[in-house]
Write a protein that binds this ligand. Structure first.
Ligand SMILES: C[S@@+](CC[C@H](N)C(=O)[O-])C[C@H]1O[C@@H](n2cnc3c(N)ncnc32)[C@H](O)[C@@H]1O
Length: 551
């Protein structure tokens, strides 16, 4: 059965893809306290403004550290995280001896805080949000009636304008709007969004920022093509949405040389938790590019998202979009596809059919993950068996193929939640293999999977009362301890690149929260090595003494 099919990425993905600015560009007068002199805002032919390097930038260098204008937890995270620093009770417990709890706002009963300091800092905006949430509950008659995430995010932006003033709004209005190019579906979607927004914040607040319907459409369009996913620094899980006009100046590439990350949780004293980090060397004059889309998606899906949401065509579509094995479009007359890596061919239809079936199975698993995680795991295991097994009737896919990689990632999350660590290790190894083929070294997704694999590898075997010696053997094994330490140090190297050399305050730990946890684990392993050596020396001594007694 042929291997490495279809939408897989090849090693070509790792070749340097950087586009030197193709045509002359012009510097734009732009000032922002968080824009360093090593970066310049320029207008670039065919892409509006963008950011160009003015100095040699190194992988792992933090290029921007800024506080988003607004961040909002999504509806799923709202009940379980602090609305100011986004920590969960588990994040608060880490490194503390007592168990911490979130405190609910006693007025709206929707928003939670981890401390009076976080609550106090959020109050100027939450005061308005709190009243709106209470109005929403009253109007709907339901105890919990929380508007959708985009409505709440835009509302917070409008209230932040009221609190911080017109200068902030100028930054928002400088963002690119694609109002004139919206599809009828988008127009309808944004129309409903603006109605919900007006109802939530009140006509007066909306009108002060957006005097007419066109301005409201602009706001919705700017939000759609300039907002970012807010992610957890500990595991990159999606927490909500952030808006930063500065970070929105970076243009897109499917082979990015920089990434947008949140290496640490913000705090009232260090709010600059959104960072742009170089993951490759960037030379003066080269554009700094981040990726707007999930790089693990097939080319077709990425092109669609760029076209529909960001309103531009992928200039690399013709050559297979850097590193993808080109799968012909569905209306193509091609009858078979050939893998450029292994040169084997398969009927084109069977490849597409296999992918379609897998996508449906993956969507089912995604739906079931919160309500029936066990069922979701079973769906995923079945899907992976059918797509990865060389004995199955469908073409075998590489672990980097879509939806194999996201299926592996979701299965890994479920197995970690269920504390099924040995199974999680085998899934993590396969997912790491897939991620390595897609993401360049130092990409956060790859760094996270490597970290997870290293952490799982260092876990002791499950306690087994019938074989207590297994645990002792584990702790006394110097070579295994040293190997585990090596794994952790390797992961730490990638994490240090992915999350940058600066913390939110501009000083301190490289690589953010994830690196801090890894450094603790490395220190544990080092202690473990000392103990293991002592155990080995003691065992040798005991053996010698026994031999001497016998002799
Ligand atoms: C987040 S903004 C980036 C900054 C934007 N160029 C500006 O002038 O404000 C996203 C928009 O920039 C443009 N853009 C970003 N990357 C591009 C690319 N690779 N090619 C063409 N246009 C791009 C698209 O119009 C997209 O909707």
């Amino acid at each position: 059965m042929p291997a490495d099919w279809a939408t897989l990425k090849t090693k070509r993905a790792l070749k340097d893809p950087l586009v030197a600015t193709p045509e002359p560009s012009t510097a734009v007068a732009y000032s922002h306290p968080d824009l360093s002199p090593s970066l310049q805002v320029r207008t670039l032919p065919g892409r509006g403004r963008g950011i160009v390097a003015q100095a040699h930038l190194k992988p792992g260098q933090t290029l921007v550290a800024t506080a988003p204008l607004v961040s909002t937890l999504d509806n799923l995270s709202l009940p379980s995280r602090c609305s100011h620093c986004y920590r969960s009770p588990d994040d608060l417990d880490r490194g503390s001896s007592s168990s911490k709890q979130l405190l609910q706002c006693s007025l709206c009963h929707v928003v939670q805080y981890c401390s009076p300091a976080c609550q106090k800092h959020d109050w100027p905006v939450h005061k308005r949000e709190c009243a709106a949430l209470r109005r929403a509950v009253k109007a709907s008659g339901k105890k919990r009636s929380v508007p959708d995430t985009p409505v709440r995010a835009l509302a917070r932006l409008l209230w932040t304008r009221e609190v911080k003033g017109e200068d902030l709004w100028k930054q928002v209005e400088s963002l690119e709007s694609h109002r004139a190019r919206l599809s009828p579906e988008e127009q309808e979607r944004f129309f409903h969004l603006s109605l919900a927004l007006a109802q939530y914040v009140g006509q007066d607040t909306l009108k002060q920022a957006c005097p007419d319907a066109g301005a409201v459409m602009d706001l919705c369009s700017r939000f759609a093509s300039n907002s970012f996913s807010l992610t957890a620094p500990t595991d990159l899980s999606n927490l909500g949405v952030s808006i930063s006009p500065l970070t929105a100046l970076f243009n897109h590439s499917c082979a990015p040389n920089a990434v947008v990350v949140f290496p640490s949780f913000p705090s009232p004293s260090s709010p600059r938790h959104m960072h742009v980090v170089a993951i490759r060397a960037i030379e003066p004059g080269q554009e700094v590019l981040t990726s707007y889309v999930d790089l693990a998606l097939p080319r077709e899906a990425r092109r669609r998202e760029l076209r529909e949401r960001y309103k531009f065509g992928c200039p690399r579509a013709e050559d297979g979009c850097e590193g993808l094995i080109p799968l012909p479009d569905r209306d193509s007359t091609v009858t078979s596809v050939t893998c450029p890596a292994c040169k084997s061919s398969a009927p084109y239809k069977s490849v597409h059919d296999a992918l379609d079936a897998a996508k449906l199975a993956f969507a089912d698993a995604e739906k079931a993950q919160y309500t029936e995680p066990h069922v979701a795991s079973l769906h995923l295991q079945h899907l992976l068996t059918s797509l990865l097994s060389p004995l199955s009737s469908t073409p075998s896919l590489a672990p980097s193929a879509h939806p194999v990689l996201p299926a592996l990632q979701l299965l890994l999350t479920l197995q970690l939640h269920a504390q099924a660590f040995p199974a999680a290790l085998s899934t993590a190894l396969r997912a790491s293999d897939g991620a390595r083929r897609i993401y360049g070294e130092g990409h956060p997704v790859r760094a996270l999977l490597r970290t997870t694999t290293a952490r799982l590898r260092t876990m002791p075997p499950p306690l087994d009362a019938a074989h207590p010696e297994a645990e002792e053997r584990y702790w006394g094994n110097v070579a295994a301890r040293e190997e585990a330490r090596g794994e952790l140090v390797g992961a730490l190297r990638e994490v240090d690149v992915a999350f940058g050399d600066r913390t939110a305050t501009g000083v301190g730990v490289k690589g953010g929260e994830m690196a801090r946890a890894l450094r603790d684990l490395v220190a544990d392993q080092e202690q473990g090595i000392v103990v293991a050596r002592r155990m080995r020396a003691a065992a040798l001594q005991e053996r010698r003494e026994r031999r001497a007694v016998k002799g």
